[in-house]
Design a protein around this ligand. Structure first.
Ligand code: MF3
Ligand code: CO
Length: 257
C-alpha cells in the first residue's frame, strides 16, 4: 500500500483512548443540551458562553476553544449568514434567527467537538428545510463512515444529499480527525468523489461537520479575524458530531438526549 503523508499522520485510537473520548463527547453533548434548552429570544450570545463555561467545568472538562489560536470564548455562536466561528458577545437573539452553537471540551487529554443549529422561536419554512437538510447530511455522512469505505464516500454522501435539495456545501472549511488534539488528520471535506481518499478503519476518530448554505458556498472572514460568513449573505447552518469508527460501524461520541 502506498502511504500518503496524510495517511501516515493518522492515529488510530486504542480501547482505552476510545473510553476517554466517550467521556469527552458526553460532556460536550450534555453542555449543548443545556444550551439548546436555555436559548430564548432576547438573550445575548455571551450569556450562552457563560453557561457553557460553567457547565463544562461542572463536568470536569476543559473548554478546548478558549485560547485556541487566541480564540476568546468557550463556544462559537454563528447567526444567520454566519457559518462558523462566531464569537459570543452583546448580540441579542431575535425570533426567526438561525443559531449554530459549537462546543468543544477536553477530558483526560481527549477532545470532543460538536455543533447544532437551531431556529430561535418560529422560523420560515425554507429556514427549517436548511436546518433539517444539514442535520440529515451529517447523519448520511456518519452512516457512510464504515470500515472499508473511503473518505470520498463520506464526503460524497454529504454533498450529494445537500445538492439534491438545491443547497450548497461550504468548501473552504472541513471536518477533521480528533483525539489528543482538536484538529488531527485526516481532513473530512463535505464535498468529494466516491472511492477516493483515505480508508475508513476501526479506531479512526472523526469530527464530521457539514456547513450548508441556501446560496453560494464561498465564504468571507469578518474583521474580528474569526467569524466566517457566506460571501453572498445567504443563510447557513452547521451540525457536527465526533465519532469513532468501530469494527461494526461508526459510534457517535457526542449524541444528545
Ligand atoms: N468545531 C470547530 C472546529 O472544528 C471549533 C472551532 S474552535 C475555535 O473547527 F477555537 F477556533 F473556535
Ligand atoms: Co470541529
Amino acid at each position: 500500500m502506498r502511504h500518503t503523508p496524510e495517511a501516515a499522520r493518522i492515529t488510530l485510537k486504542s480501547p482505552q483512548e476510545i473510553e476517554k473520548m466517550r467521556r469527552a463527547g458526553r460532556i460536550v453533548a450534555e453542555v449543548l443540551d443545556v444550551l439548546v434548552k436555555a436559548v430564548e429570544p432576547g438573550m445575548r450570545t455571551r450569556d450562552l458562553d457563560t453557561i457553557a463555561r460553567r457547565e463544562i467545568a461542572a463536568r470536569g472538562g476543559i473548554p478546548s476553544f478558549l485560547g485556541y489560536l487566541g480564540y476568546p470564548a468557550c463556544i462559537c455562536t454563528s447567526l444567520n449568514e454566519e457559518i462558523v466561528h462566531g464569537i459570543p458577545g452583546p448580540r441579542v437573539l431575535r425570533e426567526g434567527d438561525v443559531l449554530s452553537l459549537d462546543c468543544g471540551a477536553i477530558y483526560e487529554g481527549y477532545h470532543g467537538d460538536s455543533a447544532v443549529t437551531i431556529g430561535i422561536g418560529a422560523v420560515s419554512a425554507v429556514t427549517r428545510q436548511l436546518i433539517d437538510t444539514t442535520r440529515e447530511a451529517l447523519e448520511r455522512g456518519i452512516a457512510a463512515a464504515v470500515p472499508g469505505a473511503r473518505m470520498g464516500d463520506v464526503s460524497y454522501a454529504i454533498q450529494s444529499f445537500v445538492e439534491a435539495r438545491g443547497m450548497n456545501v461550504v468548501r473552504e472549511y472541513v471536518g477533521h480527525g480528533i483525539g489528543r488534539e482538536m484538529h488531527e488528520e485526516p481532513a473530512v471535506p463535505n464535498y468529494g468523489t466516491p472511492n477516493r481518499g483515505i480508508q475508513i478503519r476501526p479506531g479512526l476518530a472523526l469530527a464530521i461537520e457539514p456547513m450548508v448554505t441556501l446560496g453560494d458556498w464561498h465564504t468571507q472572514v469578518a474583521a474580528d479575524g474569526w467569524t466566517v460568513s457566506t460571501l453572498d449573505g445567504s443563510l447557513s447552518a452547521h451540525f457536527e458530531n465526533s465519532i469513532i469508527i468501530l469494527e461494526g460501524g461508526p459510534e457517535v461520541l457526542t449524541s444528545r438526549g
